[in-house]
Design a protein around this ligand. Structure first.
Ligand SMILES: [Zn+2]
Length: 367
């Protein structure tokens, strides 16, 4: 029999600091000896970071940026958990997952939990008890998650065209509209980048996701392949390096939509580049990967034919360059006669929509 021993906290706090990031964001950096396990809570004037299995460290004084949103940070030991109580100058919005990172030790630094937050209308207060019983209160989702659905191509850009004349831009618009209705019915707030036959630049689509402060971005496409036998869906996330030659060609084909001459939206692209720090890029890439893998699973579970190859591929799709996690879905091949028929049919479109809705419902929006 194992002896009952008092539980010793495994982790310890090393340092606390805040800084100011572009876009009036305050960055809180919590350095710990081992990988932190945490939850967040909010009151009207406080952000509370609960670190489980962590010992307080009175010597770890907080270094706070004077122009940041944090007024002071207090430590409170709550059983095996350490609570960091951040007093705020202004209410903040609930911190989205994409603004939270855990960094591995490097150089002089140990593990760091990094949270970026901005003043907002205020996260709905979550009740938090500071009783001696070590209970962790998880953040309760109090707002609707925002999904931006992008129907690829449009207007003067038809996308690919099947032998039977089916145009990619029409198929994906039809699926996008159905998807919006079904996601909204499932409690999400969904925006379309286009809801009619109009042409949009790729960077403008990404900018819509930014402006809507989306939690997830889904770009819908259909494929064409020189081999008319090629069938099945495929799912992509952003990477500046393509995972294979085919993914590279596909990204080139999809990105070519921007070469169709209209007035540019270079300003959007400029703004997005500024917003993306390398840390954020890393977090966004991880979340996109998580979503894309879940989406592939959901499609397979729905018995939707998959193009041979890996579940998730990577390529430099311009439309995915933003701070919003997301994926590009090639729903099937219009170059294949039987799949062209399927993609046109309302029944098959519903099947696709249901699989995507399931993937969104299963995606872990919260930390
Ligand atoms: Zn396309």
């Amino acid at each position: 029999m194992l002896p009952r021993v008092a539980f010793a906290a495994r982790n310890s706090l090393r340092s606390l600091r805040t800084g100011v990031q572009p876009g009036d964001k305050t960055r809180l950096v919590i350095e710990t000896a081992t990988r932190p396990s945490y939850s967040l809570s909010y009151t009207a004037t406080q952000l509370i970071v609960n670190l489980s299995n962590t010992a307080s460290n009175p010597g770890a004084s907080a270094s706070l940026a004077s122009n940041g949103l944090a007024k002071s940070i207090a430590q409170a030991q709550n059983g095996d958990s350490l609570q960091l109580i951040v007093e705020l100058k202004k209410p903040i919005a609930q911190i989205p997952k994409s603004q939270i990172m855990i960094l591995e030790p490097n150089g002089d630094s140990d593990y760091r939990l990094v949270l970026d937050f901005a003043a907002g209308s205020g996260a709905s207060p979550t009740t938090y008890t500071t009783s001696s019983a070590a209970t962790t209160t998880a953040v309760t989702a109090s707002r609707k998650y925002i999904v931006v659905v992008d129907a690829g191509h449009g207007g003067k850009d038809p996308g690919c065209i099947g032998k039977g004349g089916t145009r990619e831009k029409d198929v994906v618009l039809s699926v996008a509209k159905k998807l919006k209705n079904k996601l909204d019915a499932n409690g999400f707030k969904t925006y379309l980048t286009r809801n009619n036959d109009t042409y949009l630049k790729l960077a403008e689509r990404a900018a819509i996701a930014e402006q809507r402060k989306a939690d997830l971005f889904i770009s819908l496409h259909a494929n064409a392949n020189p081999s008319r036998k090629m069938k099945g869906f495929s799912i992509y996330t952003l990477s500046e390096k393509a995972s294979d030659e085919e993914a590279k060609k596909l990204a080139e084909a999809e990105n070519a939509a921007d070469k169709i001459g209209v007035e540019g939206f270079t300003q959007f692209e400029e703004n997005i580049r500024i917003a993306l720090s390398s840390l954020q890029q890393h977090a966004v890439a991880e979340m996109s990967e998580e979503y894309a893998n879940g989406c592939a699973k959901s499609f397979k579970r729905a018995d939707i034919e998959q193009q041979p190859g890996p579940d998730v591929r990577h390529a430099p799709f311009a439309v995915l360059r933003s701070t919003v996690p997301g994926a590009l879905l090639e729903l099937g091949h219009l170059s294949n006669a039987s799949e062209e028929k399927l993609l046109k049919s309302g029944k098959h479109q519903d099947k696709l929509v249901n699989a995507i809705v399931r993937s969104v419902k299963n995606y872990n929006f919260e930390v």
